[in-house]
Every structure is written in C-alpha cells, then in structure tokens.
Design a protein around this ligand. Structure first.
Ligand code: SF4
Length: 452
C-alpha cells in the first residue's frame, strides 16, 4: 500500500476521453492520432486509458479494483476527467461519459445521468469531486449551467501565460482578459479553479516568466496551479521553430532556479499540484528531462533558507492532529469580482488540518443567471485532511473525523451573515449531498442551499 495517494482524505481516479481534435492550435501541443489532443500514449494515466479503449466504465472500474487490491479505501472518489478540451466534445458524448463513470462508481447501470447521480448519493464509492479540463474561451454562463448539470465541481484551464504577446506568438487563440473573465465566471458559480501556467513558451525569457507568474495573484487568484514548463516534443509545431534556431528550452538548472524563485511568493490559498508534466523523458528533444523537479526545487529552497507558502507544502498528511491545539485563521483576498475568505485551521507547526473557501460576490460580479445563486454567498470547497478512512473506521487524531468541517461551515455562515447575505449556496459534489443535508442544506436546482 502506498499511503501517500490517499492521505489528503480522497482517492483520485483519472480517466481520459476518446481521441478527438481540439479547437486550439497551440504550437507547443503534441498531436498523436491515437490520443485526445495534447496526450501521449505512454504518459502514466494515459496508458491506462489506452488499454481500456477510452471506455469510461472500464477505466473507472479497473482503477477502483486496483486500489482495492492494494488496500486503499475507495469510499470517497475525486474523478478527474482529462483529454484535450472537454467543452469541444459533443454534449451527448459528455453526458454518456459522465454517466458511465457514475455507473462504475455505483457498481450498476442506471437509465439516465440524473438517476446514476441520485444512486451515487448513497453508494459505497461516492463522488466527492468532479474535474474537467477546458479552454478559458469556452467558459460562458450557458456552459457553466451545463457543467453543473453534469456534476462538475472543479475546472482546470490552460492559462499558459498572462501576456497577450506570448499568447499570440504561441497561437493560443485567446487573450489574458478572456482567462480573467473565465475565472470570474467560474468563481461566481462556486467552482474551484485550477490554472495551468507554462514557463519557457516561445518568446518568453526567465525574466519575463518571473514577471508573468506574479500576475497570477492579481485577479486570477487560482485555487490550484499546475506549473508545466514547456517541453520540446517532436510531434508539436514548436519543433520546427527549434530546428530553425528560433526556440531554446531552458536547462534543468535554469528551471530549478526559476521555480525556486517563484515558489516563496505563492499565497497560502493556492495549492501547487505539479511543477512539471509527467512526459516520458524519451519524448523530450532538448531541455529538461527530469520529472523529479519538485524535489530539486525543494532542495534549492532549503539551500536558500526559504520555503514555499502553498497548501501542498503545508498539508498535515499522516501527522496526528490534536483538535485542541489548532488555531483558526481567515486569509482574506480580493479576486476578480469576489471577496474571498480562505478559512483554515493550522497545527502548532503551521500545517493546515482543514480549510474552506468562502466566496462573497462583489457588486460587479457576473450574473450566471442561476436561481440558486441569487444574492447568495458561496462555499466553493470544504477540505479536511486526514487518512482516508472508510466511514465508521475512525482513527484517533485523524483530522477528517474531528468535526473540523462543521466548524468551518459555521464560521463561513457567520461571516456571510455579518456581510448581509441571506443565503448560502454550496457547489456540492453528488456524493457529498448527504453531508450537507445533515448540516441544514437542501437541494436547490443545481446547488445545495440554506437560508442564513
Ligand atoms: S487548447 Fe490545450 S489541448 Fe487544445 S491545442 Fe491548445 S494546449 Fe492542446
């Protein structure tokens, strides 16, 4: 058993959609006709999808089986759907794909998505998060309502750069303003937002990348980021630029120093999920081939006597938590059109035992047009760490079972009430509806809601 996979309290199951083109023309993005755009058949998660013919049911089922065989709990599942641009797939395919994932978690087939979702509310494998990836220019109020219908709770988007000149040279096909607008729309609808950011794009320098990274915290304020340094691959258009001598990948040393420069500036509300994409090194034509960059960066930070401020570097992981010694903190910041509160509990050595993201829409917040959200404050995430124990198998000191979630929700309600909000809405994943019902919420159209 590898405990680290489930230490955050939730087991992640990654699935890929079928091979399909993408409306994007990004010059750094690899193309392999056997795969959805941007994926290679021998990337770790992608290889499993390939073996299962991209069938959603089989992908989820085989993953759950192998987790069980290795002694991992499978009662709380975060479903991560990868593959090019989700919104570019036909909606009937999207609906079928998500339903089959729910069917696999439920262990039986349902006649419709809504019924599969309903069955999952009380299933043994409950869905506690559903993530898709798409482009910022695909995010509209209509798309958001559709994503909620599917049960999506978190959206990953490629920002790549926040500099329009770099976006244009790399043919991203959207502007930084569109990325900002997409984050504001998703935030106003309570979604968690993950941005991918790419240093070393064509036209960028180490210095311009340092400056670009700081823009992330001005309005965009992603909840999570993936730092994906651009990797030079033979089956991407960028290869021709390199052949003509117009593109130069950073060296491993340059990358380690760059990321070490950036990490200390990351605010406490953000989690850095990745600092490199797990592309097998044999595909990388020139530049960094090390996939263990995170350890190298941490070693460099230690040498400098610095540390990273992000959530991932402060998770309690397997540590025992004594609820009596925790301190409550409210880190407040302003993102595009919302006042955000990152409410969290810290242990005496500054580790985070649990957190809640409360979003209070400001006057200019976009109107998504959903009845549940009218004049509502939003809980975008409640996350309490601890060993992912099956319900009923409590372990003394494991943070997940010491009522931290309830205390965080109470604190969020109090802040919202003081600010004059009369209603709270939660973007509850299907399998967490029961949890919120027990805390006084009831099902609205697409959110769990509660009068304050
Ligand atoms: S939008 Fe994403 S998947 Fe599509 S071409 Fe660009 S990088 Fe590749």
């Amino acid at each position: 058993m590898k405990p680290v996979r489930t230490l955050s309290g939730v087991t992640t199951v990654t699935v890929l959609t079928k091979p399909y083109p993408c409306p994007g023309k990004c010059i750094f993005c690899p193309t392999d006709v056997r795969m959805p755009k941007s994926y290679l058949p021998d990337e770790p998660g992608a290889a499993r999808a390939f073996q299962n013919d991209f069938d959603p049911y089989r992908q989820v089922q085989t993953r759950l089986d192998s987790y069980r065989a290795n002694g991992h709990p499978t009662d709380k599942i975060e479903l991560l759907i990868l593959g090019g641009t989700w919104s570019a797939y036909r909606r009937d395919y999207q609906e079928w794909f998500v339903q089959r994932c729910f069917d696999a978690m439920n262990g039986f087939d349902s006649p419709s998505l809504v019924e599969a979702q309903r069955a999952n509310e009380t299933a043994a494998c409950r869905n506690v998060g559903l993530v898709i990836e798409t482009r910022p220019d695909e995010i509209t109020p209509r798309e958001i309502a559709w994503l909620r219908y599917l049960g999506v709770t978190k959206v990953q988007m490629g920002a790549q750069s926040l500099d329009d000149r770099i976006l244009e040279i790399n043919q991203r096909g959207h502007t930084a303003a569109q990325t900002l607008k997409a984050t504001a729309l998703l935030r106003a609808a309570g979604f968690k937002v993950v941005l991918h950011w790419m240093p070393n794009l064509l036209g960028a320098t180490l210095e311009s990348d340092r400056q670009d990274f700081q823009r992330l915290w001005q309005g965009y304020c992603p909840d999570e980021i993936k730092i994906y340094p651009c990797q030079l691959l033979e089956n991407a258009d960028l290869y021709a630029y390199w052949q003509r001598g117009e593109y130069h990948p950073y060296t491993t040393e340059e990358l380690i120093h760059l990321i070490a420069d950036l990490k200390p500036s990351i605010p406490p509300y953000c989690r850095v999920n990745r600092v490199i994409r797990d592309i097998p090194s044999t595909h990388v034509v020139e530049g960094n081939r090390r996939t263990s960059l995170r350890q190298d960066v941490l070693a460099e930070l230690q040498r400098r006597g610095q540390s990273c401020g992000c959530i991932r570097c402060h998770e309690v992981r397997g540590e025992k938590v004594d609820p009596q010694t925790l301190t409550f903190e409210d880190y407040t910041y302003t993102a595009a059109e919302a006042e955000e509160h990152f409410l969290h509990y810290r242990t005496p050595n500054r580790k985070i035992a649990g957190y809640l993201r409360l979003s209070l829409p400001l006057l200019g917040a976009p109107d998504i047009g959903l009845a549940d959200l009218r004049e509502a404050a939003l809980i975008r995430e409640v996350h309490v760490y601890g060993q992912s124990l099956p319900v009923g198998m409590d372990q003394e000191g494991a943070a997940q079972h010491s009522g931290l979630g309830t205390r965080l929700i109470g604190a969020a309600e109090e802040i919202a009430r003081q600010r004059g909000f009369t209603r709270m809405a939660v973007i509850a994943a299907i399998g967490t509806r029961g949890y919120y019902r027990q805390r006084g919420f009831e099902m609205g159209e697409l959110y769990m809601v509660k009068d304050l």
